[in-house]
Design a binder for this molecule. Structure first.
Ligand SMILES: *Cc1c(COP(=O)(O)O)cnc(C)c1O
Length: 380
């Protein structure tokens, strides 16, 4: 079964993002089903070990989603009611949901218009005496460097938790994201750089934190699964989510990880193809992902009259999208609204172009051609 059999040319640009399967996932899932241990099991633990060696860390805790990874990491950082978490408004609403799930409140930070990420200045501006965690989002896959405020955060006992849902495989300088010493959360959802269909992971900072993360993902049960199944009882000693990663999901993740280099290369090449072609287009700005270090998750441009451009391209079946409508303007998060000028300006301009590893570079050129056509229709 070749990848192209599953991703016909005609739909290459019809969707903004789509999963990429290498082929062996089908057999791996069938094997996991035949093995008959569907929940957290040996396959999940093998996946954890392989993620740890890929990242060059001593431990990784696999969970059921990126959102669960964030909630668990925030709990590990001690977040609870009365605490504030500094978080960009420019992110998927899941990031903010995780903060609320811990009973804490979001303190929305503005972004740098160049990277769409928080930086040392916007983080510093958002700090208050109630800040417990700073939660940068590695938008588009690029690492966020907070070195400039690091001492201040340490002095105030503020923990950094990274939302690296977009950034699996990316590097912060030379190290892989996840291997920089901060609590890092990944998502392995359907369209992420690495997918296990649904899933996620937390990279703990030390062995005790790894143990607690395993309790938190398993309803707060103290004994590891391997021990629990051999005894007549168990103790529930901690808070807990129901957030284990099933063996069937882990089986997909393991194949994806083994073949990750292909995806890494394809995403970088596609982003570069877009960048080269977009440089010829007047009035369009490309959001830089630092492609040398990053495994790009998306390709985002700034365009005038974004809603009009979006409508034209959608009518031509080009899978453009907007990532994301800002959270500080969402009804559910209204109590924590405050003005964020760069985020609000950006939110009116950004457009995500179709971007996924099965998409050829020629398809990208065609998307840009259609973008030019949409812009010229709007000018008229
Ligand atoms: C996908 C995503 C999440 C949530 O991950 P799930 O696996 O979907 O729960 C969180 N933050 C960002 C920025 C994401 O893109």
């Amino acid at each position: 079964m070749t990848a192209s059999a599953w991703f016909p040319q005609s739909s290459e640009v019809g969707r903004n993002a789509r999963p990429f399967l290498h082929g062996p996932e089908f057999d791996a899932v069938a094997q996991a089903l035949r093995d008959g241990q569907y929940g957290h099991g040996e396959v999940t633990e093998a996946f954890e070990g392989e993620l740890a060696s890929f990242l060059g860390v001593s431990d990784v805790v696999a969970v059921s989603s990126g959102t669960a990874a964030l909630e668990i990491a925030l709990l590990l950082a001690g977040v609870g009611p009365g605490d504030e978490v500094v978080v960009p408004s420019q992110t998927f609403c899941a990031t903010v949901r995780a903060v609320r799930a811990c009973g804490a409140t979001p303190r929305f930070a503005d972004i740098s218009p160049d990277s769409l990420c928080v930086d040392a200045d916007t983080v510093r501006e958002a700090l208050t005496p109630a800040t417990r965690v700073v939660l940068p989002v590695l938008y588009g896959g690029r690492a966020v460097d907070l070195a400039e405020v690091r001492d201040e955060l340490d002095d105030r006992g503020i923990v950094v938790v990274e939302d690296a849902a977009h950034a699996f495989g990316s590097r912060a300088k030379e190290r892989r994201v996840g291997n920089t010493g901060v609590l890092t959360c990944f998502s392995f959802g359907p369209i992420k750089n690495l997918t296990s269909v649904e899933g996620g992971a937390v990279v703990p900072r030390h062995p005790q934190e790894g143990l607690r993360a395993r309790r938190l993902r398993t309803l707060g049960i103290a004994q590891p699964q391997s021990e629990r199944i051999r005894t007549t009882s168990y103790s529930v000693t901690d808070r807990g989510l129901r957030a284990t990663l099933s063996s069937v999901h882990a089986a997909v993740g393991r194949v994806q990880l083994r073949r990750f280099a292909t995806v890494e290369e394809a995403r970088k090449a596609l982003w570069r193809a877009y960048a080269t072609r977009l440089a010829e287009v007047d009035g369009v700005g490309l959001v830089d992902v630092d492609v040398v270090h990053s495994v790009p998750f998306n390709c985002v441009v700034r365009v005038p009259e974004r809603d009009g451009v979006h409508a034209f391209m959608r009518s031509w079946n080009i899978g453009v999208g907007v990532h994301y409508p800002p959270n500080h303007l969402q009804p559910a998060f209204a109590p924590w609204h405050r003005p964020l000028p760069a985020t609000e300006r950006t939110a009116r301009e950004i457009l995500s172009l179709p971007f996924h590893p099965a998409m050829g570079e020629r398809a990208a050129l065609r998307v840009v051609e259609m973008l030019e056509r949409a812009l010229s229709r709007i000018k008229r």
